[in-house]
Design a protein around this ligand. Structure first.
Ligand code: SF4
Ligand code: SF4
Length: 369
């Protein structure tokens, strides 16, 4: 096999702690915090590798909630990198609650990318994403959202749908659009079981959104965009099956260590996917090395081989699934966490794919009526 690219882009998991207690959180929250020296080692490691590959290194600050480490780690690290004059890209994935004007201005000046995890309007956000102790987080975020949007007009809202609150998903999408978001991404929580009425509510929300999107576009207007639906529309267009087949291959999937992306845990451990940083430590098949010893390419290849050993399929078998030709194999990390196998998709994910397919078919039909 060809040489694997050196890791030059990392999710830097600066803490496993978080100020929220989201009902679907996959992080094993704990006191671990990355030491500033470890973060600096990560900068050196990524810079060295990027130099070899002729790319610009990058860090996405991730957690837990990374902004808990703003004063201790993020701001000083970025200042030190900039003072050294080396090219480096930064971004952050945050729940938004600790964003202040000063921090937003600093990040804007330093050309940060930003991904905001929030589930929508008051009812859904407070049900899904409370602080420890149960207080809702919407009131804290409401004044922050316009400040984010004024600096990052194209920021994507990253939502998770949960069975208990998904009846409010469509209203939350409308809320996001009214606030000024132009795009969102939503996934159902695949680790919970979905009762039939909860799933029916999720279907209604997605189909209502598809109807709204098609009606607006047909009239030549704009509508807040849902990236997964747009991708599904692309998969239904000429060349879509080949594109999906290509995304299914281990060398093109994220989270398997095939590319130049990896995640660095607070203790300097390097993992192929950020979702596995807090779960099993170095015993995980996603563990591929550490900052002191370097990356073990044999472990990266073993992970890819574990996924590729057989074609990805549903834990219940694929039957006559309408997505068979455009199935991308799901998220390998979620597959592993939910079913114990990298290439066995949890049933909830497969139902979600089929729902997106129906929504995309509705958009096509409605647009051409
Ligand atoms: S904000 Fe993220 S890390 Fe914090 S509890 Fe929610 S899902 Fe977990
Ligand atoms: S979405 Fe699930 S059931 Fe459908 S083809 Fe893919 S793995 Fe099989």
């Amino acid at each position: 096999m060809d040489m694997l690219p050196a890791i030059s882009s990392a999710m830097l998991v600066v803490t496993h702690g978080c100020n929220l207690e989201c009902r679907y959180c996959f992080v094993r929250q704990g006191a671990e915090r990355m030491a500033p020296e470890t973060a600096w080692e990560a900068v050196e490691f990524l810079s060295r590798n990027a130099g070899r590959e002729g790319t610009v290194p990058s860090i996405n600050f991730f957690g837990g909630e990374p902004l808990l480490m703003w004063d201790e780690l993020i701001e000083p690290l970025v200042r030190r990198v900039r003072a050294g004059g080396r090219p480096f890209r930064f971004s952050v994935t945050t729940n938004g609650t600790l964003l202040t004007d000063e921090r937003l201005d600093f990040m804007r000046r330093e050309n940060f990318g930003l991904l905001l995890s929030m589930d929508g309007d008051r009812a859904v956000q407070d049900a899904n994403r409370p602080f420890h102790g149960g207080r809702g987080s919407f009131d804290v975020l409401e004044p922050i959202v316009p400040k984010v949007l004024s600096r990052w007009p194209g920021v994507t809202l990253r939502m998770t749908a949960a069975p208990a609150s998904c009846a409010g998903l469509f209203e939350s999408i409308r809320w996001a659009e009214a606030m000024g978001f132009r795009s969102f991404f939503v996934m159902p929580n695949v680790f919970e079981s979905w009762a039939p009425d909860a799933w029916a509510a999720l279907e209604r929300a997605v189909m209502d959104y598809a109807g709204l999107y098609a009606a607006r576009r047909r009239r030549g207007g704009e509508c807040i965009r849902f990236s997964a639906l747009e991708r599904m529309l692309g998969d239904l267009s000429p060349g879509g099956e080949e594109r999906a087949a290509s995304r299914r291959r281990a060398e093109n999937k994220c989270g398997l260590g095939a590319g130049r992306f990896a995640s660095i845990a607070p203790d300097g451990g390097i993992y192929a996917c950020q979702e596995l940083c807090s779960n099993e430590g170095s015993a995980s098949p996603f563990y591929i090395g550490n900052l002191s010893g370097g990356v073990d390419d044999a472990r990266r290849r073993a992970l890819m081989e574990l996924y590729s050993r057989e074609r990805a399929r549903s834990e219940r078998g694929c039957g006559r699934c309408g997505c068979a030709k455009i199935c991308d194999g799901g998220c390998a990390a979620n597959n592993y966490l939910a079913t114990g196998r990298l290439n066995r998709l949890p049933e909830v994910y497969c139902r979600w794919m089929r729902l997106l397919l129906r929504a995309a078919e509705r958009v096509r039909r409605d647009m051409h009526e």
